[in-house]
Design a protein around this ligand. Structure first.
Ligand code: LMR
Length: 392
């Protein structure tokens, strides 16, 4: 039976990690998968995580099972940072559960939407390729609309039209901040309009917040999520700690749900637990427990936020330097100064991307997405020069 399975291509983004590692070039540049790098090209463990892990090793009394909801101390400790206000749970309307990374949270959100009757999901494109893959795997139809307008801002006209043509029974996937792959975020005014449109259309919003703190800061990056949740009766929020706590391989995420009343919220969560049990039973504990220890400790929280601030500052410094380069051949880098987060899309074709890899040892996704966070003051000139060489 198993011999009937067709060969699947490897995930192109994850395959880049192996290609890059195998390249012996001393000045190779990895602009592929979304990990942060320091000015020295390292992806260190946050000092606050190291301290929390030490404390965990010394004090954790047991590793006995928790449950499909995971570490609820972690889930609740994150809520003030995501939802803000004096009552982040809005009197019990919002509740959550831990998931294996942001991917697990997106998977669960889409599966819940499907279980509740959705068959179609509106989604701005391009998007993170795994979004469409997850929806396809769950047999949901993706209704694509263009995310970016020709001037490099968010295309509100197509979003408006998409939401107006959809209705109750449909869902819409929105990136909370640091849009992956374009870096083109909605402004607060645009979020205000989106929240009203989502409400009037009756579609279920699924908000993917995977880069909080890496765009404008923890508070500003939550504007869209907070605005939508303050406006609509129900929503799902997929959250990732992989980037803002640097926990990538430890797979730390959470799914939050807001129902129209507390009974509905409780029912959504019970369905989330059942889906989790059938998929992964319960999420891995270690990373989430470390995050909980940080968020329950003022000094560790301050240390984490300080490190996150310095990551954001470095990303924005690289963006400014790229935007100011006028010598990248036919590639206009000025929009990168207006964009946010780790990613940007460059208008390069497949041949140019392969030439960058083969002749300049610069690795980027086949879509033209670059991870800005992997450029440094030491390698930007090489990168810009290579862009000029392939686009001249
Ligand atoms: C990315 O887009 O590079 C990250 O979200 C990592 C991943 O899982 O694809």
């Amino acid at each position: 039976m198993l011999d009937t399975l067709n060969q699947q291509p490897p995930d192109t983004l994850l395959a880049l990690i192996k290609l890059f590692n195998a390249d012996p070039s001393p000045d190779k540049i990895d602009l592929g998968v979304g990990v942060y790098r320091t000015a020295d090209g390292a992806t260190p463990v946050f000092a606050a995580i190291k301290a929390a892990e030490r404390r965990l090793a010394d004090t954790q009394p047991t590793k006995a099972y928790l449950g499909p909801e995971g570490d609820m101390g972690f889930v609740y400790a994150l809520m003030p940072h995501i939802f803000g206000g004096d009552d982040p749970a809005r009197g019990g309307l919002i509740d959550g559960m831990q998931t294996p990374g942001g991917t697990g949270a997106v998977r669960l959100a889409v599966a819940l939407a499907k279980k509740a009757g959705a068959t179609r999901v509106l989604m701005g494109t391009p998007s993170w390729p795994n979004h469409a893959q997850i929806m396809g795997d769950l047999s949901l139809e993706v209704l694509p609309f263009a995310h970016a307008a020709a001037d490099g801002s968010a295309d509100m006209a197509t979003l408006r039209a998409a939401l107006e043509s959809a209705g109750a029974g449909d869902a819409v996937l929105l990136h909370g901040c640091c849009h992956n792959p374009t870096g083109i975020d909605y402004t607060p005014e645009q979020w205000d309009e989106i929240a009203a449109l989502v409400k009037s259309s009756g579609v279920l919003p699924i908000l993917d917040l995977a880069y909080q703190g890496l765009g404008l800061g923890m508070e500003d990056d939550a504007y869209g999520v907070r605005k939508v949740l303050a406006t609509v009766p129900e929503a799902l929020v997929a959250y990732s700690c992989d980037k803002n706590f640097g926990l990538y391989r430890d797979r730390v995420g959470a799914l939050y749900a807001m129902g129209k009343d507390t009974d509905v919220t409780a029912r959504i969560m019970s369905n989330g637990w059942a889906l989790a049990r059938a998929n992964w039973s319960m999420p891995p504990d270690h990373g989430a427990a470390a995050v909980r220890l940080i968020l329950d400790d003022e000094a560790l929280t301050a240390s984490w936020l300080e490190e996150l601030d310095s990551m954001r500052a470095r990303i924005n410094q690289v963006r400014e330097k790229l935007a100011a380069s006028s010598n990248a051949g036919a590639v206009d880098l000025t929009p990168l100064g207006r964009q946010r987060g780790m990613f940007a899309m460059l208008p390069l074709d497949k041949d140019q991307i392969l030439t960058l890899r083969n002749e300049h040892a610069i690795y980027m996704a086949g879509s033209g997405r670059i991870n800005v966070a992997c450029l440094t003051m030491g390698n930007i000139d090489k990168f810009v020069g290579a862009l000029a060489a392939v686009s001249a």
